[in-house]
Design a protein around this ligand. Structure first.
Ligand SMILES: [Zn+2]
Length: 390
């Protein structure tokens, strides 16, 4: 496999790189404009404000934008550039995990070549990189084809209202490029775990803990036994993990608990493990006589698996990045993204192509400003490469 390092870029790649480098101020300004409009997933008004700004910017660079209205979340945006049968998808989200007002605690500021601020890394700079790549393809490249962008408003809340449109658009696309943050150092993500969430409720029988404890059936005692038993999930596969992140139950110390529940997060690397995990978590036998167990939930993201098609796409990206002077690494992550959906419907997917930086969802969230132009050039060159191979 060629890293491309030390090899000169092609004339077309060089033109894309020159174009992106000369629009460095524009990509930074775009990042700032989107980051200033704080957009927590649960605040429709705020997310839509950011979406309107993004829509204007997409239209200004020649995109045909469709607003996918949602009542329960911010509206999603679909933008189309160019035409032709060979469609390439860029995907990302403009919601963030930060509440409105966070920007006062974490002001947007430049320090040591980095831009700090809420949502810059995950993933407003990634959106700006996508926009610059689209401009470069229109203005500095002879390549032609159809580019569709999908910018969603609820990725940080499990993509509840966007999953169907993500899958539908991915099915129409020859490749999906996900502009989520890169791995430390800028590597791309060629595998992501699938994510499941379950709620386990135990129904017991209340009784006076001192007077007649034997007439009760403790939901809390049963829940404790279940939490211990659930750890056996690790036997189902090497990469299967499970976390009981929340647990609650009972009303008072002197009452045998009538109700208790836990919320469980579980992750798998292989789609083949999902059914076994579901079966294991759902099929529970109670150990405290008189209690009853009820389990709801399931997997809301299948894993992004490193299939041969994903590996091929990565190798092409690595070769192009090398010619642009960067060693593009790859890696896996336990976190999910919309790339899980695009990969699971069979579309070759490369994730983590957004900005280089650190601290997603953390107070020190930042991007490396110098990364923006070359990431945009890499993305544009990749799109052109997929079009050319149609
Ligand atoms: Zn993200």
């Amino acid at each position: 496999m060629s890293t491309g390092l030390g090899v000169s870029p092609t004339a077309a790649e060089q033109a894309l790189l020159v174009y992106c480098e000369s629009h460095r101020d524009w990509v930074v300004e775009t990042t700032l404009a989107l980051a200033r409009l704080e957009s927590p997933t649960s605040d429709k008004e705020a997310v839509d404000r950011c979406g309107r700004e993004l829509q204007q910017r997409l239209e200004a660079i020649g995109g045909t934008v469709t607003r996918l209205a949602r009542a329960e979340a911010g509206d999603h945006l679909r933008a189309e550039f160019g035409s032709g049968g060979s469609q390439v998808l860029m995907i990302g989200h403009f919601d963030t995990v930060w509440p409105v007002g966070q920007i006062e605690r974490m002001p947007l500021e430049f320090r040591d070549g980095c831009l700090f601020g809420p949502g810059v890394f995950d993933m407003k700079a990634g959106i700006a990189v996508g926009l610059l790549a689209a401009r470069a393809l229109r203005e500095a490249s002879p390549s032609a084809g159809r580019l569709v962008m999908l910018w969603t408003s609820d990725e940080e809340r499990r993509s509840r209202t966007s999953r169907a449109v993500v899958e539908e658009e991915a099915r129409r696309s020859r490749a999906a490029f996900v502009l989520e943050p890169g791995l430390p150092g800028g590597g791309v993500k060629t595998a992501r775990k699938g994510c499941g969430e379950f709620r386990l409720a135990v129904h017991g029988v209340a009784a006076h803990a001192g007077v007649e404890p034997d007439r009760g059936a403790s939901a809390v005692h049963e829940l404790a036994a279940q939490i211990v038993d659930l750890q056996r999930v690790r036997d189902l596969g090497p990469d299967v993990t499970l976390n009981v992140g929340m647990a609650a139950g009972g009303t008072l110390p002197n009452v045998v608990a009538e109700e208790a529940h836990a919320v469980i997060d579980t992750r798998v690397s292989a789609a083949a493990d999902m059914d076994r995990v579901i079966e294991f978590v759902r099929n529970r036998t109670s150990t405290v006589p008189g209690t009853r167990i009820e389990v709801t939930g399931g997997f809301d993201r299948p894993p992004l698996e490193r299939t041969a098609a994903v590996a091929r796409l990565y190798e092409r990206a690595r070769t192009i990045a090398g010619r642009l002077g960067h060693d593009l690494r790859e890696g896996a992550t336990g976190g999910g993204s919309d790339g899980n959906f695009t990969a699971a419907v069979g579309t070759p997917t490369l994730d983590g192509l957004g900005a280089v930086g650190a601290g997603p969802h953390a107070l020190h969230e930042h991007i490396e400003v110098d990364s923006l132009p070359w990431r945009a050039a890499l993305l544009a060159a990749l799109v052109a490469d997929v079009w050319a191979s149609a």
